[in-house]
Design a protein around this ligand. Sequence first.
Ligand SMILES: [Zn+2]
Length: 301
Amino acid sequence: MSRRTPYYLILLVLLTACGIPSARSEQSLQFHADSIPAGAQRLMEAYPEQVIGYEDNHIIFWDYTRLIYNEGKNRTTEQMHIEQDVKDIFYQDYDTTRFPPDYGYDPGRYRSAKFMDKLYGSNLNEVLMNLVKVEWCPSLGGTPVYFTKVAGAAEALKRVSDELEQHPELREWVIGAQTFCYRNIARMKRRSPHSYGIAIDLAVPRSHYWRSMYPYANEYTELTYTNTFDMRVVEIFEKHGFIWGGRWYHFDTMHFEYRPEMNPPKSDLEIVETANKPRWYPSPWLVLFTNHYMWSDASYK
Ligand SMILES: [Zn+2]
């Protein structure tokens, strides 16, 4: 380095590169976290065309109707199956490392009926208007199924199908698919996600469902977790924004449901980018300084 290098300038540049920008970005993140709850933020990211904003404890839909986010009630898990607010969707995070699921861990099993009614249709006619046919694993002997086109659900299912078709060895796990069915959840007074065209059941005879195995159990009964489902199928669904009922203590291993707010889709590109991403990016000022003072002599001689 040259004798005439201005050291006060080095100090200034290093401060700009390391300290000041990071402190500022932390502050702005905190500001957003305080003003918009994490759950509402996830809904806006997962359903950008449907959930367009958040204001004054309400999420705002595309038609400017509003739905309260937090009613201020702390419900028990049993109560959450009867009535819910939007925040209850995020009662538990969808953590794939927490497997097999421990007592009471049912991530994504709590849903907001009002939210789903608004997105996918509040009656049979409205839901039917949104259903489209998806060719389900045709090369493996699958049959077409109906799925909602809202929020990219049918497209996501098609991507799952395309990927599963690359694995003929998984055929026995993907045939016999059942999707749309306008009904309530077994022994509950609320509509099943199958009623909205966002869920698909696979390999029913090979699957395990807690209600069938424990017909006299209630929500709080201790169960023995049972699953034989092929995890390669699960991984492909989860990559495209679906959650799996086999991650629930109240296991339903045939069941896959499009829930990008719980489990955001991951593209191949994203996976590669994350793997290659450096942990720290030098500031452009630091790059400029390094190039000018450290390497310029060597480069231009
Ligand atoms: Zn199901």
